[in-house]
Ligand binder design. Structure first.
Ligand code: 1PW
Length: 214
């Protein structure tokens, strides 16, 4: 089961995401989920207002861990093998949540959209001025990557949570990789690896258009 504690170092998390990509450009499930568990620690460090966000993500990581611990675990070895297995066995709901409300495809698609948000946000943080507002950077990335998939109530709750984020430099310090300048340097080195999740996006989006929040 997901083991969530308070230690957190963003560099370690980004290294997990780097390890996701196999030589064959497959996205490997175990390091992907380990990366997410690190991000959940990060979310937990951001305070109680972020609890509903971290709970939703944790639930999704646990759904995927259950598949990885089931008799079908080999089919969930990579995102690509999961898509192939679930589609060919009609295990995915396309129009509305029905027979397979928690398919791996549905769950990973949501995690992956959230990761896209994080990618945009960290990149915004890295390239922004010292006096930039973290809440605005976070809201801008959320509006690009996630807001369209969320109902009004979630959008409002998420925006309120963002308003409680610390200043840019304090936020960079929560990454536990040194001074704000060192954190920016680490992000510059590490960000390309999160971007390399593109094979996952290719396999989840055009081939498998799961559309709106089914
Ligand atoms: C500041 C750093 C943030 C990094 C982690 C980003 C995690 C973003 C997760 C947003 C979750 C908001 C609250 C829950 C919303 C769900 O309704 C939604 N989940 C997601 C991940 O988009 C859809 O899931 P559901 O309800 O269709 O199972």
């Amino acid at each position: 089961m997901a083991d969530v504690d308070t230690d957190f170092n963003l560099k370690v998390v980004l290294v997990n995401f780097k390890q996701c990509l196999s030589e064959k450009e497959e996205v490997l499930m175990d390091p992907y989920l380990t990366g997410w568990k690190g991000l959940i620690k990060f979310l937990n460090n951001l305070g109680a207002v972020f609890a509903f966000i971290s709970k939703d993500v944790l639930t999704k990581v646990q759904i995927m861990e259950k598949f990885r611990n089931s008799e079908q675990k080999e089919n969930y070895f990579s995102l690509q093998s999961m898509v192939k297995y679930e589609i060919s066995n009609n295990l995915v709901d396309f129009q509305k949540r029905a027979d397979h409300p928690d398919s791996g495809c549905r769950t990973i698609l949501r995690l992956h959209r959230a990761l896209h948000w994080l990618q945009l946000f960290l990149d915004g943080l890295r390239t922004s001025q010292e006096d930039s507002k973290t809440s605005s950077l976070c809201t801008d990335s959320y509006n690009i990557a996630l807001a369209t998939y969320h109902p009004w109530l979630i959008r409002k709750a998420v925006t309120v949570a963002f308003c409680t984020l610390p200043s840019r430099n304090a936020f960079l310090e929560t990454m536990n990789v040194g001074t704000p300048e060192e954190a920016v340097e680490m992000l510059s080195d590490a960000m390309p690896f999160i971007g390399q999740g593109h094979p996952a996006r290719k396999c989840l989006k055009p081939d498998l258009n799961l559309g709106p929040p089914v």
